[in-house]
Write a protein that binds this ligand. Structure first.
Ligand code: SAH
Length: 232
C-alpha cells in the first residue's frame, strides 16, 4: 500500500513530467516513460528529498550537483538512443542520468572522479536492480581507461573503447580529443562547452573523422576537472 510520503512524491513527479518536460519540448515517449519510472528522490540526499521533483539542480555532496530534470530529459532526447547503443557517460554524480540512460540502451559505461559519489551511485543503481552499467573512478576527461582485465590471460590488456553515444555531464572548455577518439563513426556526443558559469549545450556528430556541431541551448554545469578539462 502506498504511504502518504510516496503519494506526495508521485504527485510531484507527475507535475514534473507534465509541466517541466511535456510542457516544454520533451516529446520522446521513451524518455518520458523512463523518467516516469525512475524515482528521483532515490538519488538526492535525504535532506533534499522534498525538493526531488523541483526543476533545478540539487547538492549531492563533494561540491557537486544532480542535474535539473529538464536538462537530463533534453540531453537524453538529443542522443537519439536505441537498444543497440553502447554509451559513455562522463560525470556519474548521483547516478540519476546513468539510470535514465541504462533503461534505454544496451550498456552504459560511466566514469566519475570522486570515489564516494561513484560508490553511492553504484549502491543506488544496485538497489534499483539496474545491471547494465559499468562504473569507473578516474579522470574521465581522458575518456574510458584503455586497459582492461583479461580473465584468460589473467592480466591487464590494451583495448580501444568505442561508444555509439557519449554524454559529458560537466562543463568542458572543448570536447577532449581522447574522448572524440572513443566515439564510433556516425556516433553522437553531447556536452556543455564553454567557460565556468554559462556554457553552450552542443550535440556533435562524428562523420568521416570530422565533427559537425549543433547548438541546443545555454546551460550551467559544474566544471569537468582533469587533464583535458579545467584546472582545479
Ligand atoms: N549526471 C550527474 C551530474 C553530476 S555533476 C547527475 O545528474 O547526478 C558532474 C559530475 O562530474 C560530478 O559528479 C563531478 O565530480 C564529475 N566530474 C568532474 N570532473 C570529472 C572528471 N574529470 N572525470 C569524471 N567525472 C568528473
Amino acid at each position: 500500500m502506498a504511504t502518504g510520503m510516496e503519494d506526495r512524491f508521485a504527485k510531484a513527479q507527475e507535475r514534473m513530467l507534465s509541466r517541466d518536460l511535456k510542457g516544454r519540448d520533451i516529446v520522446d515517449p521513451d524518455v518520458l516513460r523512463v523518467m516516469s519510472e525512475i524515482r528521483r528522490e532515490e538519488f538526492v540526499p535525504q535532506s533534499y528529498e522534498s525538493q526531488a521533483y523541483a526543476d533545478g539542480p540539487l547538492p549531492i555532496g563533494m561540491g557537486q550537483t544532480i542535474s535539473q530534470p529538464y536538462i537530463v530529459a533534453l540531453m537524453t532526447q538529443e542522443l537519439h538512443l536505441n537498444r543497440d547503443c553502447t554509451v559513455l557517460e562522463i560525470g556519474t554524480g548521483s547516478g540519476y542520468q546513468t539510470a535514465v540512460l541504462s533503461r534505454l540502451v544496451k550498456k552504459v559505461h560511466t566514469i566519475e572522479r570522486f570515489g564516494q559519489l561513484s560508490e553511492s551511485a553504484q549502491a543506488t543503481l544496485g538497489r534499483l536492480g539496474i545491471d547494465n552499467v559499468e562504473f569507473c573512478v578516474d579522470d574521465g576527461s581522458r575518456g574510458w581507461p584503455m586497459q582492461k582485465w583479461d580473465d584468460k590471460l589473467e592480466r591487464m590488456v590494451e583495448w580501444q573503447p568505442c561508444f555509439d553515444r557519449i554524454m559529458i555531464t560537466a562543463a568542458v572548455p572543448k570536447i577532449p580529443e581522447p574522448v572524440i577518439e572513443q566515439l564510433a563513426e556516425g556516433g553522437l556526443i553531447i556536452a556543455p562547452i564553454g567557460p565556468p558559469g554559462v556554457q553552450e549545450l552542443i550535440v556533435a556528430e562524428k562523420k568521416a573523422e570530422h565533427m559537425t556541431k549543433r547548438f541546443v541551448c545555454d546551460v550551467r554545469f559544474v566544471k569537468l576537472l582533469g587533464e583535458y578539462g579545467f584546472e582545479q
